[in-house]
Design a binder for this molecule. Structure first.
Ligand SMILES: CC(C)(COP(=O)(O)OP(=O)(O)OC[C@H]1O[C@@H](n2cnc3c(N)ncnc32)[C@H](O)[C@@H]1OP(=O)(O)O)[C@@H](O)C(=O)NCCC(=O)NCCS
Length: 385
């Protein structure tokens, strides 16, 4: 059986049209463009308007990625939506996205891991593909942090923006995709970045709103210290786990939270400035969407290309962190054992027992039945029109 890798074969992004510049913030907050830019690297951020939503942005980014990948939504094996700012606490935003995409009956879940959520999602998608459970996985990072910001709080109102990015990972036998990853969490820092109200600990009430618990609270200095400590280290660990050195990294695409934090992580692993992708000036911190948006821009600008080895690293609420080394491979023909063949096997009269048999046996049986399944598949696709 060939090795299975999850190659990134499609990518897309969506950012709302409305822009809030530092000059706009100067008018409503005790702050200056000079202060914001020198401390964070941010010049402006995009925010959603009335009528826009997190799920709407996620779907727009996902459609672009699917189109580029040339994968139909209904042929996805799994949808992962990383976000901390869903439309609703329940139902999960992942099901809204699945439905809007027309990905009929495709499994979908929401991944909440703070700003590193997209990198957690990549690592998860990679595992599903490597294990043979899925051939195509959609990973979306989408956020509307602006809806949870107190516009009078200058410590958070200057930082965050809205947006979405998505990628499609597809199975290939060529060694590429996620080469290594590191995931970390330290709940001891929970209070340093927290949205205290609206969850089950403090459900919506007049008192909760009077206390302003519906807004994101941040201990900026603590988060800065934490990020400076973990980011470079996580990046170095992922490079070592992939059996690579810093010289092998073509482009470093970090979570866009603060230009100074990014620079310190790059210095830690001795990455030169020209190998670091920074677009924080235009978008601010878009949380779990920041890396996929930056990835799309890196492609658009020709800074990322097929054959490159990329390094992703992020930190955020939890506190959490994650890094991954990703090789961009050529799109290849599908592997010989196709998902559709196994699906057909599950439709056979004894398919009901299939969940209790080993996956190797299941694969062998699936291959045994494959001529029949290919024939039936053709019939199905004809009847679907
Ligand atoms: C928030 C952050 C930019 C603040 O920068 P900083 O250099 O740490 O600034 P400090 O919080 O120490 O504040 C320095 C001074 O600026 C003031 N200040 C804070 N926000 C300000 C603003 N928007 N405009 C002007 N002054 C501001 C503070 O009140 C403080 O004044 P003081 O010295 O009189 O007490 C920085 O800590 C940061 O980026 N932290 C990480 C946050 C992050 O990434 N969060 C998301 C994680 S996913």
């Amino acid at each position: 059986m060939p090795e299975r890798y999850g190659n990134i074969v499609g990518w897309g992004k969506y950012v709302p049209e409305k822009i809030i510049t530092n000059a706009d913030l100067e008018k409503i907050l005790d702050t200056t463009d000079e202060w914001i830019f020198s401390r964070t690297g941010i010049r402006q951020r995009h925010v959603i308007s009335e009528g826009e939503s997190n799920s709407g942005m996620a779907v727009a980014a996902a459609r672009e990625a699917l189109e580029m990948a040339d994968v139909r939504a209904r042929d996805l094996g799994l949808i992962i939506v990383a976000t901390s700012s869903p439309d609703y606490l329940t139902p999960p935003i992942s099901s809204q996205v699945q439905h809007a995409l027309g990905a009929k009956d495709v499994g979908a879940f929401t991944l909440v891991a703070g700003c590193p959520g997209f990198v957690y999602g990549l690592a998860t998608a990679h595992q599903f593909i490597a294990a043979g459970a899925c051939d195509n996985v959609l990973v979306v990072g989408s956020e509307v942090v602006s809806r949870f910001i107190n516009k009078q709080d200058r410590s958070t109102a200057i930082l965050f923006g809205d947006g979405a990015g998505a990628v499609v990972l597809q199975v290939t036998s060529e060694p590429c995709g996620v080469l290594s990853f590191v995931l970390g969490s330290d709940g001891a820092g929970a209070q340093d970045l927290i949205l205290p109200g609206g969850g089950s600990a403090a459900p919506a009430s007049h008192e909760m709103v009077d206390e302003g618990l519906q807004y994101l609270r941040m201990n900026g200095r603590q988060v800065f210290r934490f990020a400076s400590r973990v980011l470079g280290r996580a990046l170095k660990q992922a490079i070592q786990k992939a059996n690579l050195t810093t010289d092998d990294i073509d482009l470093f695409i970090p979570h866009q939270a603060n230009a100074r934090i990014i620079a310190s992580a790059a210095r830690y692993v001795k990455l030169p400035e020209d190998k670091v992708f920074v677009n924080i000036a235009d978008y601010g911190n878009t949380s779990a969407a920041s890396i996929p948006i930056a990835l799309c821009e890196a492609f658009e600008q020709g800074r990322a290309k097929i054959g490159d080895t990329l390094a992703f690293v992020a930190f955020g609420a939890g506190l959490t962190w994650a890094s991954a080394i990703v090789k961009l491979g050529e799109k290849t023909a599908p592997l010989p054992v196709e998902k559709s063949r196994i699906s057909l096997f599950e439709l056979l009269p004894f398919g009901g027992i299939s969940s209790s048999i080993g996956s190797d046996l299941k694969r062998n049986l699936a291959q045994f039945f494959s001529p029949l399944s290919t024939f039936a598949q053709k019939l199905f696709s004809r009847s679907r029109g």
